[in-house]
Structure formats: C-alpha cells, structure tokens
Design a protein. Structure first.
Length: 229
C-alpha cells in the first residue's frame, strides 16, 4: 500500500518521537521553563502547567523504560505524581498537597536521572539519543532538587526568605545552583535549605566531571579508533 505524501512526514515524526524520548523530554522541560512566566497564578495557567507536567512524567516513564533501570520503580513513583499534579491544580494553596507532590516528584525525577545516567554509561559509543539524554538527565536532576526545595519550604517556612517562593522561583534557584553560576537572588536562610543547596552544588560539579567528561571522551576516542582500523 502506497503512503500518501501527507502520512509520510507523520510517520517520520512518530518514529522520531519513539526513537528519541530523551530529546522529547528535554524539549518539553525547556518549553515548560519558557511557558512558566506566561501562566501567572491563573487557574487555566495552573491547569495547563499541570497537564504539561503530567505529559512530561509520562514521557520520562517511557524514556526510563528504554534504560537499564527498573521501569516499575519509576512507575510506582510516577503514577501518584500524576495524581498530585491534578491535586495541585485543585488545591494550589494546600501545604499537604504541595508536600505530598514534592515528596513524590523528587525521588521520581532522581530515579529517572539515575536510569538515564546508567543508559549513558552502558554503551561505548555516543549516539544522538545519548546526547539528548545527557541534557535531559541534567534538567531532570534540576527538577528533582526544585521539588526538594519545595518540600523544605513547606516543612520549614521562611527557608528562602520571608515570603513563600513559587515553584518557578525554586526551579530557578535549582538551575543556578546545579550549574554553579550563582546568579540566583533567592538565598537559602535556614540550615536545612543550605544543606540541600550544598548537596546540589556537589551534584552539579560531579555531573560535569563524570557524565559530561565521559561523553566528551568517547566522542574524541571514536575517531581515533576508526583511524586505527
């Protein structure tokens, strides 16, 4: 059966999405970062971000399914996280909901990043999907620490100043800490908040020293091996 000209691009798009779930996850997370400022505190905006978060969780589940990690562990953590995405839209001011969401999302994202890092260390060659996974794993770690900061803020109020910080502000703090650029105007005040920041700073340095350095090393070694052959 001949494919119509219209279905051929659609087939290629589906094949690309299935073949590079890490790229889809990375693109979705960066898109969510760009959309956060436009949502504000409106109910439709929170609903849209909740839907996007749900989709990203599902994409992360699909991505980790292709890695050497245990997919059922990610599913056990991810399924309740999807539920709490909905609850956050309904009760955005509830500390119980925010804490529950943070305590589910943080280990989920950390486990997804663990699966992706295992995937990166599993092969001896660098593929396009592994390059996407390198960026996606980094952003996933930043998301996980952002939810840790949210949990700290709920458990110990005023940990990041006299006012409660929004999730986007905590995500901003997480990225600036993980990348060690130090551009954030959000300052951890309590010892609990500072301890999380310290751990995140170490994680950011180790990610560059181990994961990124390995990918660069494999990229450099590959041409040398081909020349020897």
């Amino acid at each position: 059966m001949d494919r119509s000209p219209r279905t051929a691009p659609q087939t290629r798009l589906v094949r690309t999405l299935r073949g590079h779930p890490s790229g889809v996850l990375l693109t979705g997370q960066l898109l969510a970062v760009l959309l956060y400022p436009f949502t504000g505190s409106s109910i439709p905006g929170r609903a849209a971000l909740g839907a996007m978060s749900t989709v990203l969780v599902l994409v992360a589940l699909y991505a980790v399914r292709r890695t050497p990690a245990l997919a059922w562990v990610a599913l056990v953590l991810g399924a309740p996280a999807v539920l709490f995405n909905v609850l956050e839209v309904v009760w955005p001011e509830s500390d119980v909901v925010l804490l529950g969401s943070a305590l589910l999302h943080a280990p989920f994202y950390f486990y997804v990043s663990y699966g992706m890092i295992r995937y990166l260390f599993h092969d001896k060659k660098v593929t396009r999907d592994e390059l996407f996974a390198t960026g996606a794993a980094f952003t996933v770690v930043a998301w996980g620490f952002a939810y840790l900061h949210l949990a700290v803020q709920v458990l110990w109020p005023d940990s990041y100043g006299p006012v409660d910080r929004s999730f986007f502000e905590l995500l901003y703090l997480s990225f600036t800490t993980l990348t060690s650029v130090g551009l954030s105007d959000i300052v951890p005040v309590t010892p609990h908040a500072r301890s999380i920041v310290i751990v995140e700073q170490v994680a950011g340095v180790m990610y560059v020293a181990l994961v990124v350095a390995r990918m660069v090393g494999l990229t450099v070694i590959k041409p040398e091996l081909e020349d020897e052959q």
